[in-house]
Design a binder for this molecule. Structure first.
Ligand SMILES: NC(=O)c1ccc[n+]([C@@H]2O[C@H](COP(=O)([O-])OP(=O)(O)OC[C@H]3O[C@@H](n4cnc5c(N)ncnc54)[C@H](OP(=O)(O)O)[C@@H]3O)[C@@H](O)[C@H]2O)c1
Length: 249
């Protein structure tokens, strides 16, 4: 065991995350996840994530998006959090374009029911060349599929539900090299169980007493996934941890 000493101030929040080689993931794309948890592992308070977060965590969440080609999120999180499309600061947009990437990553919403508000920000406020995607299975109701297709690009990957490996294959075929999952716990749990998660950025918020919902809910039987700590930082009493998955796929 070693003591973690307080070190230099981090001026550029993204810098420790930018230097990572994300060229080769366990699955079709490199999959990173960004989540915040209380000290008891809780992923929400009163059904929302906001109270767990801090201004630094919120700033990092926005910046981490700039590392990705697609931001994947579960439908329940979109419904509860009122998700909008990804927005990036001008300097990050310019840096991406200079590197030959689209100015912003696209949002991809995973849903079986397609019970989504098609007039919501996530769909109607997406930039013209970054239309929001909806990822669903072949059993989706045709009427809802038609509604989805009117405002989003629909990927069908899997039958009753989405097969996340197939979905990532589709995204990779569309040029996505780095996919960022922003939850919720059910989508993250499936990524872990399917051995598709490469990296976890976890903010540990100094509070307890949130909802009985851990940051990842794996379907049975779950794979035991191991990680190595690659970066840690502290802001007040909030810990920022970056883990990478270890072990052969
Ligand atoms: N702490 C954090 O960092 C964090 C991050 C994100 C969210 N949250 C919190 O987490 C809660 C929501 O999480 P959650 O786990 O309940 O929901 P979620 O993962 O956001 O979304 C679950 C929904 O996604 C769809 N889905 C998931 N897997 C699917 C599959 N394989 N195929 C097809 N559709 C699939 C289904 O949508 P349909 O119902 O439309 O079929 C399912 O109901 C909220 O309270 C939110 O605030 C916390």
């Amino acid at each position: 065991m070693r003591r973690l000493e307080e070190g230099q101030e981090i001026v550029d929040l993204l810098e420790p995350y930018e230097r990572v080689d994300r060229s080769s993931g366990r699955g079709p794309c490199w999959v990173m996840a960004n989540m915040v948890a209380g000290l008891d592992g809780s992923a929400s308070i009163g059904g929302r994530v906001g109270a767990l977060s801090s201004p630094t965590d919120a700033a990092l969440l926005k910046l981490l998006r700039s590392l990705s080609d697609v931001v994947v999120v579960g439908a329940e999180t979109v419904r509860r959090e009122g998700y909008g499309p990804v927005r990036l600061p001008e300097d990050r947009r310019r840096a991406r374009v200079a590197a030959g990437r689209p100015a912003v990553p696209r949002l991809a919403v995973v849903s079986r029911s397609l019970d989504l508000d098609w007039g919501s920000r996530a769909f109607v406020e997406a930039e013209e060349d970054a239309a929001t995607m909806v990822v669903t299975g072949t059993t989706a109701a045709p009427a809802r599929l038609a509604e989805a297709r009117a405002v989003a690009e629909v990927l069908v990957a899997g039958d009753v539900g989405v097969d996340l490996r197939l979905a990532l294959k589709d995204l990779a075929a569309r040029g996505a090299a780095v996919v960022l999952c922003e939850g919720g716990p059910s989508v993250l749990g499936q990524l872990v169980a399917d051995d598709l998660l490469d990296e976890l950025c976890l903010t540990l918020s100094p509070m307890m007493g949130g909802d009985p919902l851990p940051v990842a809910v794996a379907p049975e039987p779950a794979l035991l996934a191991r990680f190595a700590l690659r970066h840690s930082a502290v802001d007040d009493s909030t810990l920022f941890l970056r883990y990478e998955r270890i072990g052969a796929p």
